[in-house]
Design a protein around this ligand. Structure first.
Ligand SMILES: [Zn+2]
Length: 476
């Protein structure tokens, strides 16, 4: 017996050593650069996501289908494990159907670009009615009761990136509703964009709007007012195919991992949010198909190259980001005992423009320098700088949830490029046609290299100092 143990021991020890070395080649960073840049698949993964699922609002079938697909994709790539991880429940289920159309039915037919806030009701078939200005007082509303029946009520609020706010209906609003209006029409604050924000967290069941809310372009809103002023008796008609059900819906993050070869219970998280807004025409491609496809791409690359750094790499696709970082906050809560074992968290939620730098806490600089030096020249057309600050910048996306716990969280900075935040994000324009394959390959190269290096170094990064801003409310 003792002889068997004696012979067995060196074999086990040898196996562990060679296993570690196998997954930790000296030229790992060069291998990551070559695979992510020269054999990049981030763009084709993105294409698959937007073609198969389109936009993916939280608590919708599209997101749930995409999440199941992602679990299979991670496993097909060859990670050790992948799963759906529940973190909360939404009280509703929301599907934005495909049959959305509307505009003027009279004095002429004219199709408008429009949207409706997420988590609001549809028209249940096409509904035509005259536009009527929203009464400014209860007395006025009472006088207009007949006129309001069946009318599309023109609201004075200009809607921007935030949602059309009807969370605290006034007595006048309630009376207007009781008149049987067709719905409410809001003007976008812009001539180019219609917005789709909404939230079940803002719309409580008791105060949730019971009639459809439609957001049209500023100039179209002006055209409605013009036709009314000219006495042309305009008629508006909208078919809003929203389906809002009072059906509790479980919310998940998708998690996959490649176990660490030395410290499997320490982690580096590579992540991005998988949910998107879902306005008509949007594919959720930029925000955040680009970040999600980078996460999947890096799982593919690490598995293909058989990289197994010291620490476990967790690949996470958050959800509920757009409703206020719900998925990452749920993860932080669920994994609270692990927080001091997380070496670093990377989030990509910046779209397709090229990276120009990373901001790290001053005392973290030495941990980044060698990798940044290796990356120099990988993309000669893009400049990249390592910058320092007293606090890690935490605003705008899921890394903020970790920084608030003292866990180093990073989102690399983007250069100004052809794609502007205000023109694409959270609008009907969020489409794959704006995405450059080279830029999202660069995302994968930089995040993959930094994540590998931090997962494979002996030292632990200093804690993130408190005071970093974590943006509340809706995400980036
Ligand atoms: Zn985003």
């Amino acid at each position: 017996m003792s002889r068997r143990i004696l012979t067995a021991l060196p074999v086990v020890a040898l196996a562990a050593v060679s296993f570690g070395q196998l997954g930790r080649p000296a030229n790992a960073i060069d291998m990551i650069i070559a695979e992510t840049r020269d054999h990049a698949q981030a763009y084709s993964i993105l294409s698959e996501i937007v073609t198969k699922f389109g936009p993916r609002s939280t608590a919708s079938d599209a997101l749930l289908d995409a999440q199941h697909w992602a679990v299979r994709k991670f496993m097909d790539f060859g990670v050790d494990n992948a799963w759906l991880e529940e973190y909360a429940e939404a009280p509703v289920r929301f599907q934005r159907g495909k049959a959305n159309w509307g505009g003027f039915a009279a004095p002429y037919r004219y199709q408008m670009a429009f949207s409706t806030p997420a988590y609001t009701v549809g028209t249940n078939g096409a509904v035509a009615g005259p536009p009527v200005k929203n009464p400014t007082s209860l007395e006025e509303a009472k006088k207009m009761a007949k006129e309001l029946k069946g009318a599309w009520v023109l609201m004075p609020t200009k809607v921007g990136m935030g949602s059309a706010n009807l969370t605290r209906p006034t007595e006048t609003d309630k009376f207007v509703d009781s008149c049987g209006i067709a719905g409410r029409i809001f003007s976008s604050n812009s001539d180019k964009y219609v917005w789709t924000h909404g939230s079940w967290t803002a719309y409580k069941k008791e105060t949730r709007p019971k009639t459809p809310l439609v957001v049209i372009n500023k100039s179209d809103y002006g055209l409605v007012e013009y036709n009314m002023a000219k006495g042309r008796k305009p008629v508006l008609e909208f078919n809003v195919d929203n389906r809002l059900e009072d059906k509790p819906t479980k919310l998940y993050n998708v998690v996959a991992e490649i176990k660490g070869s030395v410290n499997p219970f320490e982690y580096v998280i590579v992540s991005g949010h998988f949910d998107s807004w879902d306005g008509p025409g949007s594919q959720g491609a930029m925000d955040n198909g680009t970040g999600s496809s980078m996460v999947l791409e890096l799982a593919r690359v690490f598995a293909k190259l058989k990289l197994r750094p010291m620490r476990t790499i967790r690949f996470v696709l958050w959800s509920g980001e757009e409703q206020g970082l719900l998925g990452s906050q749920g993860y932080v809560k669920k994994h609270k005992d692990e927080m001091d074992k997380v070496q670093a968290v990377f989030v990509e939620d910046h779209g397709q423009n090229p990276y120009q730098g990373v901001v790290v806490q001053t005392d973290m600089k030495p941990f980044f320098e060698p990798t940044i030096a290796k990356l120099a020249g990988a993309y000669p057309e893009f400049k990249f700088e390592l910058k320092t600050a007293d606090r890690l910048p935490g605003g705008g996306s899921d890394h903020g949830s970790f920084i608030a716990q003292g866990v180093p969280g990073f989102q690399l900075q983007k250069a100004d490029g052809p794609v502007s935040y205000t023109e694409i994000w959270h609008t009907q324009n969020d489409r794959i046609s704006y995405v450059q394959p080279r830029c999202i390959a660069q995302n994968a190269t930089y995040v993959g290299s930094l994540a590998y290096a931090l997962a494979d170094m002996q030292q632990r990064l200093p804690k993130a100092l408190p005071g970093s801003r974590r943006r509340a409310g809706s995400g980036q």
